[in-house]
Design a protein around this ligand. Structure first.
Ligand code: BGC
Length: 405
């Protein structure tokens, strides 16, 4: 039988991704920790319910072990984040010990031959910043840019790709629309304001980093959902459905990317799922889904990439993965998705890397530890032992050969 082998370019970046709060443990100066500890806000309705992060995966201490796994998986790139609250625990005060800690972390990745994608803000913020209103405070962009400048001054020699913000719109929706994350305020206006503030924050941080190191590569990680139309027997969708998909597409892509496109050296894309819309309602077909019930639709990735082509910027897929505790669908999902990435590249989209979420199982925010996103299992009963899943070995082959079939 004839099998078509897709050979990715030799300089394609293959990697894995994590974030600080989800893996490090004991981020005691972060707002999420404060919330977990029931200190803030006081009202019952806004209290934290669920599993707390605790020592997470202890990656604060075990980062070298984690990077060794990435290297053994033939990764040539890695994404992780700096916990802002550690290095600026009080406004304008740098904790030099923590600054040095992250220098060691980033250097440890470089020493293992990994290109570094370093996120400056992955959802969690210092307590002082949140107490001042977080992304609702008009001075927030200035404070964030100040922190970004510090990171550039300290680390720009070792950071290959700066990611200013991770999924800014997801943060706004969770905090102010669905009100599932602290500060849990249901207010559409706040959801909008916090997005606009983050647009400004990205621009300011971009300028601040470039001021320190003009050759630095700066982008952000944007979560994009693919919206498909539910059609009738004749393959037609209603006008309302078409309109709804257009608006949602605009909101999830152009609304945020258009104003910052001149302040981007690359686009980081996070893709997890596709949603099928029938008028104003989501009506997903019966399809493969993850342990979290997210529809696994590899083709969606190609559609999104084709849509991003208009920005004329290099694209790195900075997150893509699934919760799959028994590792039954991960190999299929990675392989199929990469085929669609390849097809998008054949159609002229400048995709330069793929970073799988996640290297290790980690703290899935308000849902706790049960969703298992890792290529490596973390045995929480036995000293957080790292155990590669079968898909680890499969992905390591792809990373080594650059071949997908
Ligand atoms: C976030 C990660 C999260 C992952 C899976 C992304 O939206 O950046 O922090 O763990 O999705 O939910």
């Amino acid at each position: 039988m004839y099998t078509f082998i897709m050979q990715f370019p030799a300089d394609f970046l293959w990697g894995t991704a994590t974030s600080a709060y989800q893996t490090e443990g004991y981020n005691t100066n972060s707002d999420w920790w404060y919330w977990e500890k029931g200190k803030y806000p006081k009202s019952k309705r806004k209290a934290f319910i669920g599993e707390t992060s605790g020592m997470a995966c202890d990656s604060y201490n075990r980062y070298e072990e984690d990077f060794n796994f990435a290297k053994n998986m033939n990764n040539n790139a890695i994404r992780f984040s700096i916990e802002w609250a550690r290095i600026e625990p009080r406004k304008g005060e740098w904790d030099q010990t923590e600054v040095e800690h992250y220098k060691k972390v980033i250097k440890a990745a470089k020493e293992r031959g990994l290109k570094t994608f370093v996120t400056l803000h992955h959802f969690t913020k210092p307590i002082w910043f949140s107490k001042l209103g977080g992304w609702l405070n008009p001075f927030a962009p200035k404070w964030f840019a100040n922190y970004a400048k510090k990171c550039a001054e300290e680390y720009s020699d070792y950071i290959d790709f700066f990611i200013t913000l991770n999924e800014p719109q997801v943060y706004s929706l969770q905090a102010y629309w669905r009100a599932t994350w602290t500060p849990k305020i249901k207010c559409k206006l706040f959801a909008l304001i916090s997005q606009l503030t983050q647009i400004k924050a990205h621009k300011k941080a971009y300028t601040a980093i470039k001021f320190v190191d003009n050759s630095a590569k700066v982008g952000l990680s944007k979560h994009i959902v693919r919206y498909e139309r539910v059609t009738n027997d004749r393959g037609k969708a209603s006008i309302c459905t078409k309109l709804v998909c257009k608006v949602l597409h605009y909101l999830t892509t152009n609304f945020f990317l258009d104003p910052i496109k001149k302040h981007l050296d690359f686009i980081g894309l996070n893709y997890y799922f596709t949603a099928w819309m029938k008028n104003f309602k989501e009506k997903n077909p019966e399809m493969e889904s993850s342990d979290l019930g997210w529809i696994l639709y590899p083709e969606g990735l190609k559609h999104i990439l084709l849509n991003l082509k208009k920005y004329n910027l290099p694209i790195y897929i900075t997150e893509h993965g699934l919760a799959d505790a028994w590792d039954q669908k991960r190999q299929w999902y990675i392989n199929e998705s990469l085929k669609f990435v390849y097809e998008a590249m054949e159609s002229g989209v400048d995709v330069r890397g793929y970073l799988h979420w996640s290297l290790i199982d980690n703290f899935e925010w308000h849902i706790g530890f049960w969703p298992k996103f890792g290529l490596i299992e973390i045995d929480r009963e036995h000293n957080l032992t790292r155990k590669p899943r079968p898909s680890f070995y499969m992905y390591s082959q792809i990373c080594r050969t650059g071949k997908v079939e």
